[in-house]
Design a binder for this molecule. Structure first.
Ligand code: NAP
Length: 330
Protein backbone atom coordinates (compact mmCIF):
# COMPACT_ATOMS: atom_id res chain seq x y z
CA UNK A 1 0.00 0.00 0.00
CA UNK A 2 1.27 3.47 -0.84
CA UNK A 3 0.53 6.06 1.85
CA UNK A 4 0.04 9.69 0.87
CA UNK A 5 1.38 11.62 3.84
CA UNK A 6 1.11 15.38 4.09
CA UNK A 7 3.54 17.30 6.28
CA UNK A 8 1.67 20.08 8.14
CA UNK A 9 4.17 22.87 8.89
CA UNK A 10 7.29 23.42 6.80
CA UNK A 11 9.76 24.27 9.56
CA UNK A 12 13.18 22.95 10.60
CA UNK A 13 12.29 19.48 11.70
CA UNK A 14 9.92 18.92 8.78
CA UNK A 15 12.99 19.40 6.57
CA UNK A 16 14.97 16.80 8.55
CA UNK A 17 12.02 14.41 8.35
CA UNK A 18 11.59 14.84 4.60
CA UNK A 19 15.34 14.60 3.92
CA UNK A 20 15.48 11.27 5.75
CA UNK A 21 12.58 9.81 3.80
CA UNK A 22 13.85 10.99 0.47
CA UNK A 23 15.76 8.43 -1.55
CA UNK A 24 15.85 5.78 1.19
CA UNK A 25 14.66 2.24 0.87
CA UNK A 26 11.91 2.95 3.29
CA UNK A 27 8.16 2.60 3.46
CA UNK A 28 5.98 3.30 0.41
CA UNK A 29 5.14 6.91 1.19
CA UNK A 30 4.26 9.80 -1.13
CA UNK A 31 5.04 13.06 0.62
CA UNK A 32 2.99 16.25 0.28
CA UNK A 33 3.70 19.56 2.01
CA UNK A 34 1.36 22.10 3.58
CA UNK A 35 2.43 25.47 4.88
CA UNK A 36 0.73 28.72 5.83
CA UNK A 37 2.82 30.06 2.97
CA UNK A 38 2.30 28.31 -0.38
CA UNK A 39 5.75 29.35 -1.60
CA UNK A 40 7.39 27.55 1.30
CA UNK A 41 5.28 24.43 0.71
CA UNK A 42 6.30 24.47 -2.97
CA UNK A 43 9.96 24.93 -2.08
CA UNK A 44 9.86 21.92 0.31
CA UNK A 45 7.99 19.93 -2.32
CA UNK A 46 10.69 20.62 -4.92
CA UNK A 47 13.60 20.09 -2.53
CA UNK A 48 12.35 16.83 -1.03
CA UNK A 49 10.71 15.17 -4.00
CA UNK A 50 7.13 15.81 -2.89
CA UNK A 51 4.00 15.12 -4.91
CA UNK A 52 2.06 18.27 -4.12
CA UNK A 53 2.00 21.50 -2.12
CA UNK A 54 -0.78 23.30 -0.24
CA UNK A 55 -0.98 26.90 0.94
CA UNK A 56 -3.00 26.03 4.04
CA UNK A 57 -3.46 23.07 6.36
CA UNK A 58 -7.23 23.23 5.79
CA UNK A 59 -6.75 22.76 2.05
CA UNK A 60 -4.43 19.82 2.63
CA UNK A 61 -6.73 17.89 4.96
CA UNK A 62 -9.69 18.41 2.60
CA UNK A 63 -7.81 16.85 -0.33
CA UNK A 64 -8.98 13.27 -1.02
CA UNK A 65 -5.51 12.25 -2.22
CA UNK A 66 -4.14 12.62 1.32
CA UNK A 67 -4.39 9.55 3.59
CA UNK A 68 -2.49 10.86 6.60
CA UNK A 69 -0.89 13.97 8.09
CA UNK A 70 2.38 14.48 9.92
CA UNK A 71 1.79 17.29 12.44
CA UNK A 72 5.09 19.14 12.79
CA UNK A 73 3.97 22.42 14.31
CA UNK A 74 4.62 24.10 17.70
CA UNK A 75 3.43 22.11 20.72
CA UNK A 76 0.42 24.30 21.58
CA UNK A 77 -0.98 23.62 18.08
CA UNK A 78 -0.65 19.82 18.04
CA UNK A 79 -4.20 19.31 19.31
CA UNK A 80 -5.74 21.76 16.85
CA UNK A 81 -3.90 20.36 13.84
CA UNK A 82 -4.37 16.70 14.80
CA UNK A 83 -8.12 17.25 15.29
CA UNK A 84 -8.31 19.10 11.99
CA UNK A 85 -6.77 16.11 10.21
CA UNK A 86 -8.82 13.47 12.08
CA UNK A 87 -12.07 15.35 11.45
CA UNK A 88 -11.34 14.99 7.71
CA UNK A 89 -10.74 11.25 8.09
CA UNK A 90 -6.93 11.38 8.00
CA UNK A 91 -4.56 9.24 10.06
CA UNK A 92 -2.12 11.27 12.17
CA UNK A 93 1.54 11.06 13.04
CA UNK A 94 2.03 13.85 15.57
CA UNK A 95 5.39 15.17 16.75
CA UNK A 96 6.34 14.86 20.39
CA UNK A 97 5.11 15.90 22.89
CA UNK A 98 1.68 14.55 21.92
CA UNK A 99 0.20 17.77 23.36
CA UNK A 100 0.87 20.36 26.06
CA UNK A 101 -1.43 18.86 28.71
CA UNK A 102 -2.98 15.39 29.26
CA UNK A 103 -6.55 16.55 28.59
CA UNK A 104 -5.56 17.68 25.09
CA UNK A 105 -3.85 14.33 24.50
CA UNK A 106 -6.92 12.43 25.71
CA UNK A 107 -9.13 14.48 23.41
CA UNK A 108 -6.88 13.61 20.49
CA UNK A 109 -6.80 9.90 21.37
CA UNK A 110 -10.58 9.83 21.78
CA UNK A 111 -11.14 11.57 18.45
CA UNK A 112 -8.84 9.14 16.60
CA UNK A 113 -10.47 6.12 18.23
CA UNK A 114 -14.00 7.32 17.47
CA UNK A 115 -13.05 7.98 13.84
CA UNK A 116 -11.17 4.67 13.53
CA UNK A 117 -7.98 6.50 12.51
CA UNK A 118 -4.39 5.68 13.51
CA UNK A 119 -2.77 8.17 15.88
CA UNK A 120 0.94 7.77 16.57
CA UNK A 121 3.42 10.00 18.40
CA UNK A 122 6.65 10.53 16.46
CA UNK A 123 8.94 9.14 19.17
CA UNK A 124 11.74 8.47 16.70
CA UNK A 125 14.37 7.53 19.32
CA UNK A 126 12.50 4.26 19.89
CA UNK A 127 13.37 3.25 16.34
CA UNK A 128 17.14 3.71 16.62
CA UNK A 129 18.72 0.28 16.05
CA UNK A 130 20.90 0.92 19.09
CA UNK A 131 17.88 1.46 21.36
CA UNK A 132 16.04 -1.56 19.96
CA UNK A 133 19.03 -3.83 20.58
CA UNK A 134 19.64 -2.43 24.07
CA UNK A 135 16.04 -3.23 24.94
CA UNK A 136 16.56 -6.80 23.76
CA UNK A 137 19.75 -7.23 25.85
CA UNK A 138 18.05 -5.84 28.95
CA UNK A 139 14.97 -8.02 28.46
CA UNK A 140 17.25 -11.07 28.10
CA UNK A 141 18.47 -10.33 31.64
CA UNK A 142 22.11 -9.67 30.71
CA UNK A 143 22.34 -6.80 33.21
CA UNK A 144 20.84 -8.77 36.10
CA UNK A 145 18.81 -6.63 38.51
CA UNK A 146 18.82 -3.03 37.37
CA UNK A 147 20.33 -0.54 39.85
CA UNK A 148 20.87 2.72 37.96
CA UNK A 149 19.69 4.02 34.57
CA UNK A 150 21.31 7.28 33.43
CA UNK A 151 20.34 9.40 30.41
CA UNK A 152 22.29 12.54 29.73
CA UNK A 153 22.29 15.07 26.94
CA UNK A 154 23.93 18.47 27.05
CA UNK A 155 24.78 20.90 24.33
CA UNK A 156 25.31 24.53 23.50
CA UNK A 157 22.03 24.92 21.59
CA UNK A 158 20.44 28.22 20.69
CA UNK A 159 16.73 28.82 20.43
CA UNK A 160 14.19 31.44 19.61
CA UNK A 161 10.66 31.92 18.26
CA UNK A 162 7.87 29.94 19.86
CA UNK A 163 10.30 27.84 21.91
CA UNK A 164 10.97 30.83 24.16
CA UNK A 165 7.30 30.89 25.22
CA UNK A 166 6.36 28.56 28.09
CA UNK A 167 2.75 28.51 26.83
CA UNK A 168 3.62 27.48 23.28
CA UNK A 169 6.18 24.92 24.49
CA UNK A 170 4.01 23.61 27.34
CA UNK A 171 7.01 24.22 29.61
CA UNK A 172 10.70 24.31 28.86
CA UNK A 173 13.08 21.86 27.33
CA UNK A 174 12.04 18.80 29.35
CA UNK A 175 8.75 18.71 27.43
CA UNK A 176 10.65 19.33 24.19
CA UNK A 177 13.81 17.26 23.57
CA UNK A 178 13.86 15.98 27.15
CA UNK A 179 10.74 13.89 26.56
CA UNK A 180 12.84 11.62 24.32
CA UNK A 181 14.98 10.74 27.35
CA UNK A 182 11.88 10.21 29.49
CA UNK A 183 10.49 7.86 26.84
CA UNK A 184 13.80 6.00 26.61
CA UNK A 185 13.93 5.61 30.38
CA UNK A 186 10.39 4.20 30.52
CA UNK A 187 11.01 1.95 27.52
CA UNK A 188 14.32 0.51 28.76
CA UNK A 189 13.96 0.62 32.53
CA UNK A 190 10.21 0.61 33.28
CA UNK A 191 7.55 2.97 34.53
CA UNK A 192 8.61 5.11 37.50
CA UNK A 193 6.66 5.12 40.74
CA UNK A 194 8.03 8.47 41.89
CA UNK A 195 9.71 11.44 40.26
CA UNK A 196 11.75 14.44 41.48
CA UNK A 197 13.22 17.26 39.44
CA UNK A 198 15.35 20.37 39.79
CA UNK A 199 15.72 23.18 37.25
CA UNK A 200 19.32 24.12 36.58
CA UNK A 201 20.20 27.81 37.01
CA UNK A 202 19.19 29.73 33.89
CA UNK A 203 22.09 30.36 31.51
CA UNK A 204 23.03 33.97 30.93
CA UNK A 205 23.88 33.81 27.24
CA UNK A 206 21.64 32.76 24.37
CA UNK A 207 18.69 31.78 26.60
CA UNK A 208 17.74 35.24 27.86
CA UNK A 209 14.19 35.22 26.48
CA UNK A 210 13.37 31.63 27.39
CA UNK A 211 10.50 31.41 29.88
CA UNK A 212 10.77 27.68 30.52
CA UNK A 213 13.76 25.81 31.92
CA UNK A 214 16.93 25.51 29.83
CA UNK A 215 18.39 22.72 31.94
CA UNK A 216 16.88 20.08 34.21
CA UNK A 217 17.92 17.14 36.36
CA UNK A 218 15.30 14.49 37.02
CA UNK A 219 15.44 11.43 39.24
CA UNK A 220 12.89 8.65 39.15
CA UNK A 221 12.24 5.64 41.36
CA UNK A 222 11.91 2.72 38.95
CA UNK A 223 9.74 -0.36 39.51
CA UNK A 224 12.60 -2.62 40.66
CA UNK A 225 13.77 -0.01 43.18
CA UNK A 226 16.45 1.17 40.75
CA UNK A 227 17.13 4.86 40.22
CA UNK A 228 16.54 6.64 36.93
CA UNK A 229 18.52 9.81 36.30
CA UNK A 230 18.07 12.32 33.47
CA UNK A 231 20.30 15.33 32.91
CA UNK A 232 19.18 17.45 29.98
CA UNK A 233 20.49 20.90 29.15
CA UNK A 234 20.63 23.18 26.13
CA UNK A 235 22.68 25.79 27.88
CA UNK A 236 25.85 23.78 28.43
CA UNK A 237 29.10 25.04 26.96
CA UNK A 238 30.07 21.61 25.56
CA UNK A 239 28.29 18.60 24.15
CA UNK A 240 28.40 15.50 26.36
CA UNK A 241 30.65 13.07 24.53
CA UNK A 242 29.67 9.56 23.53
CA UNK A 243 28.23 7.08 25.99
CA UNK A 244 25.52 9.32 27.38
CA UNK A 245 23.17 6.44 28.25
CA UNK A 246 24.22 3.83 30.77
CA UNK A 247 22.27 1.15 32.59
CA UNK A 248 23.96 -0.65 35.49
CA UNK A 249 22.71 -3.89 36.96
CA UNK A 250 23.86 -6.56 39.38
CA UNK A 251 25.61 -8.45 36.55
CA UNK A 252 26.75 -5.82 34.07
CA UNK A 253 26.68 -2.34 32.67
CA UNK A 254 25.43 -1.33 29.23
CA UNK A 255 26.55 1.94 27.64
CA UNK A 256 25.62 3.67 24.40
CA UNK A 257 25.20 7.04 22.75
CA UNK A 258 21.78 7.36 21.07
CA UNK A 259 23.50 9.22 18.24
CA UNK A 260 26.32 6.69 18.00
CA UNK A 261 26.85 3.33 16.41
CA UNK A 262 27.83 0.95 19.19
CA UNK A 263 26.64 -0.63 22.41
CA UNK A 264 29.14 -1.82 25.01
CA UNK A 265 28.21 -4.40 27.64
CA UNK A 266 30.73 -4.91 30.45
CA UNK A 267 30.60 -7.47 33.22
CA UNK A 268 33.27 -8.25 35.80
CA UNK A 269 34.75 -10.85 33.44
CA UNK A 270 33.89 -9.75 29.88
CA UNK A 271 33.42 -6.85 27.48
CA UNK A 272 31.21 -7.15 24.40
CA UNK A 273 30.59 -4.55 21.71
CA UNK A 274 27.86 -4.47 19.04
CA UNK A 275 28.13 -2.23 15.99
CA UNK A 276 25.19 -0.74 14.09
CA UNK A 277 24.67 1.11 10.83
CA UNK A 278 24.69 4.91 11.09
CA UNK A 279 21.11 5.95 11.92
CA UNK A 280 20.91 8.87 14.31
CA UNK A 281 17.23 9.59 13.82
CA UNK A 282 15.19 6.42 13.30
CA UNK A 283 12.75 8.38 11.12
CA UNK A 284 12.53 5.88 8.25
CA UNK A 285 11.79 2.96 10.59
CA UNK A 286 9.28 5.09 12.51
CA UNK A 287 7.36 6.01 9.35
CA UNK A 288 7.45 2.37 8.32
CA UNK A 289 5.68 1.45 11.57
CA UNK A 290 3.11 4.22 11.00
CA UNK A 291 2.56 3.02 7.44
CA UNK A 292 2.12 -0.60 8.57
CA UNK A 293 -0.26 0.35 11.38
CA UNK A 294 -2.44 2.19 8.84
CA UNK A 295 -2.26 -0.67 6.32
CA UNK A 296 -3.04 -3.32 8.96
CA UNK A 297 -5.61 -1.14 10.77
CA UNK A 298 -3.90 -1.68 14.12
CA UNK A 299 -2.51 0.33 17.03
CA UNK A 300 1.02 1.55 16.29
CA UNK A 301 3.99 0.83 18.52
CA UNK A 302 4.49 2.99 20.48
CA UNK A 303 0.83 3.80 20.94
CA UNK A 304 -0.53 7.29 21.47
CA UNK A 305 -1.27 6.23 25.07
CA UNK A 306 2.47 5.83 25.60
CA UNK A 307 2.95 9.39 24.34
CA UNK A 308 0.34 10.52 26.86
CA UNK A 309 2.15 8.61 29.60
CA UNK A 310 5.48 10.31 28.78
CA UNK A 311 3.73 13.68 28.88
CA UNK A 312 2.27 12.89 32.30
CA UNK A 313 5.73 12.08 33.68
CA UNK A 314 7.12 15.36 32.33
CA UNK A 315 4.29 17.36 33.90
CA UNK A 316 4.64 15.53 37.23
CA UNK A 317 8.37 16.32 37.12
CA UNK A 318 7.49 20.00 36.67
CA UNK A 319 5.15 19.72 39.66
CA UNK A 320 7.91 18.10 41.72
CA UNK A 321 10.39 20.83 40.73
CA UNK A 322 7.95 23.52 41.75
CA UNK A 323 7.07 21.84 45.06
CA UNK A 324 10.68 21.00 45.80
CA UNK A 325 9.73 17.45 46.71
CA UNK A 326 9.14 14.09 45.02
CA UNK A 327 5.77 13.32 43.45
CA UNK A 328 4.32 9.80 43.54
CA UNK A 329 2.93 8.56 40.23
CA UNK A 330 -0.31 6.64 39.91
N1 NAP B 1 11.69 14.18 17.04
C1 NAP B 1 12.65 15.06 17.16
O1 NAP B 1 13.81 14.73 17.40
C2 NAP B 1 12.32 16.53 16.98
C3 NAP B 1 13.34 17.46 16.79
C4 NAP B 1 12.98 18.80 16.61
C5 NAP B 1 11.64 19.18 16.64
N2 NAP B 1 10.68 18.23 16.85
C6 NAP B 1 9.27 18.62 16.93
O2 NAP B 1 8.83 19.11 15.67
C7 NAP B 1 7.83 20.10 15.86
C8 NAP B 1 8.25 21.36 15.09
O3 NAP B 1 9.49 21.81 15.60
P1 NAP B 1 10.52 22.65 14.68
O4 NAP B 1 11.80 22.67 15.40
O5 NAP B 1 10.47 22.14 13.29
O6 NAP B 1 9.84 24.10 14.76
P2 NAP B 1 9.81 25.21 13.62
O7 NAP B 1 11.06 25.17 12.83
O8 NAP B 1 9.45 26.47 14.30
O9 NAP B 1 8.62 24.75 12.65
C9 NAP B 1 7.29 24.75 13.08
C10 NAP B 1 6.40 25.05 11.88
O10 NAP B 1 5.04 25.05 12.34
C11 NAP B 1 4.28 25.89 11.51
N3 NAP B 1 3.42 26.77 12.31
C12 NAP B 1 2.07 26.78 12.28
N4 NAP B 1 1.59 27.70 13.11
C13 NAP B 1 2.63 28.30 13.69
C14 NAP B 1 2.76 29.34 14.66
N5 NAP B 1 1.69 29.94 15.19
N6 NAP B 1 4.00 29.72 15.05
C15 NAP B 1 5.09 29.11 14.53
N7 NAP B 1 5.02 28.10 13.61
C16 NAP B 1 3.80 27.71 13.20
C17 NAP B 1 5.26 26.71 10.66
O11 NAP B 1 5.23 26.14 9.36
P3 NAP B 1 4.51 26.89 8.12
O12 NAP B 1 4.83 28.35 8.29
O13 NAP B 1 5.18 26.26 6.97
O14 NAP B 1 3.05 26.63 8.20
C18 NAP B 1 6.61 26.43 11.28
O15 NAP B 1 7.64 26.48 10.35
C19 NAP B 1 7.70 20.29 17.36
O16 NAP B 1 6.65 19.51 17.83
C20 NAP B 1 9.01 19.76 17.91
O17 NAP B 1 8.96 19.29 19.23
C21 NAP B 1 11.00 16.94 17.00
Amino acid sequence: MELSLCVLGCGNYAATFARQLRGQNGPAVRLYFASRDLRRARAYCRRYGGHGAFGSYEEAVADPRIDACYVCTPHHLHLKHALLAISHGKHVLVEKPIACVPNEARQMIHAARSAGRVLMVAENARFLPIVKHSKQLIDEGLLGDLRLAQFQQEGPFRLGGWRASADMMGGGLLIDGGIHLVDMMVHLAGRPTEVSAVRLPHAMEGMEGMEGEDGVALTARLPSGALGFINYSWAATQRIPRGSVSLSGSRGKLTFDPGGQSIVLETTTSRQRWLFPDDRLGIVAMVEEFHDAVAEERTPMPSADEGLYDLEIVLEAYRAAKAGQPVRLG
